[in-house]
Design a binder for this molecule. Structure first.
Ligand SMILES: [Zn+2]
Length: 391
């Protein structure tokens, strides 16, 4: 059946917003997008008028860890700002303990994301299989994360790689937690398979200090946990220069957080065509600082957005991520922020048929209840929960 959907605003994202716009669809795909006046005479079996609604693509969550959802209480209790190692220690203690937490199950957290407008998710976990059940109505991409800085940790990581077929998608946690040889082995494998390589980069000042000097809170943390064996030689550079030196940056490397970067490192990411995912809600919760999206956009990087996990964010809401980004960066246009939460996310994940509305892109898409003047400003700055339905 061919259906025409009409609404006061259609936001294709890959082309300008349409007042009194229309989208024509069949069961699976979008057949046409344009002004209602142009499309109303196109052939269709049914016409639906969505009064006071915005039609737009589903949101893309470029970074989360659904397996940590049960530890949601950690993401609600106060933290000492910028004390990342204390937060990591709390999380590891919880994960090692008997009590597996009282927050939502990973499957429930995924269902809540979908109900809140997310259609595409990149989920990172330590388990070999996705922690969720079958994902109804959401395109879930799951990646297993490896780490290990010591000789023993590296050996175990490489053994895990060898024990799994090339199709199993692995990535590495971060440059401060993973040895050179493991970082490179996982990237080599991802390159051969054409897979994305998402990695936490430049999240905290402590990370930068550790890579520069091998000292600071991360060194103390590793020693206290008994996993510092002295084999890691700090590169004495910033995290992006380090990754570039190891030949880990390309168009399928997704640098997550990217908070503490020098301008030369932002330039380097652009030159390598690396992707970036910002997590403003998690960064605010942990007090690690703010990324520099204006500088990234100025050199051609198109950052996407992610919620990170419920252990470092009181809510998994892409609307809230947009609102926090808008609060932290008043100069960023609302239209750009909506693109970051949709089209740029789909681009980062290599899903060209998602994140925008145009002929050939995938259903479903969103109809969001709307009350305001500018639709982009409404989506980004109105903090009330969004009432939405999938079309
Ligand atoms: Zn993360």
């Amino acid at each position: 059946m061919i259906t025409l959907h009409r609404a006061p605003w259609v936001l294709p994202i890959s082309s300008p917003a349409l007042a009194d716009g229309a989208v024509i669809v069949d069961e699976e795909r979008i057949l046409a997008v344009g002004p209602y006046a142009d499309l109303r005479l196109e052939g269709h079996d049914l016409a639906l008028d969505h009064e006071a609604r915005i039609l737009m693509p589903g949101l893309v969550n470029g970074h989360c860890h659904l397996e940590l959802s049960p530890f949601a209480h950690l993401g609600r209790q106060p933290v000492v700002p910028a004390a990342m190692t204390a937060w990591i220690a709390d999380l590891l203690a919880l994960r090692a303990g008997e009590d597996q937490g009282h927050g939502p199950t990973p499957g429930a957290a995924l269902a809540a994301l979908q109900a809140d407008g997310v259609g595409l998710v990149l989920d990172i976990g330590n388990a070999l299989l996705p922690p969720t059940g079958p994902a109804e109505g959401v395109d879930l991409h799951y990646v297993t994360e490896l780490l290990g800085l010591s000789e023993q940790g590296t050996k175990e990581g490489l053994q895990t790689l060898d024990a799994h077929a090339a199709g199993h998608h692995f990535t590495c946690h971060a440059p401060y937690s993973t040895s050179r040889s493991l970082l490179q082995a996982v990237k080599k494998r991802a390159r051969l398979a054409g897979q994305l390589y998402p990695i936490h980069v430049a999240e905290s000042r402590d990370e930068v200090e550790f890579l520069q000097s091998g000292q600071g809170p991360f060194r103390t943390f590793l020693e206290e946990r008994g996993v510092w064996d002295g084999t890691f030689t700090p590169p004495a550079t910033g995290p992006v220069h380090y990754l570039a030196h190891l030949d880990l940056l390309d168009h399928q490397t997704l640098c997550v957080h990217a908070v503490h970067l020098g301008e030369d490192e932002i330039q380097m990411l652009a030159a390598k065509k690396a992707k970036v995912c910002l997590c403003p809600g998690s960064n605010r919760f942990l007090g690690v600082g703010r990324a520099q999206p204006e500088k990234m956009l100025a050199v051609g990087i198109r950052p996407c957005l992610g919620t990170d996990s419920l252990a470092s964010n009181p809510q998994l809401s892409m609307w809230r991520e947009m609102a926090i980004l808008a609060q932290d960066h008043p100069g960023l246009p609302a239209e750009t922020i909506v693109a970051m939460a949709t089209r740029y996310g789909a681009e980062a994940l290599g899903q060209s048929r998602q994140g925008h509305l145009q002929k050939g892109s995938c259903r479903p898409f969103l109809a969001v209840a709307y009350g305001g003047a500018d639709p982009f400003e409404f989506l980004v700055r109105d903090l009330a929960p969004k009432e939405l339905r999938w079309l």
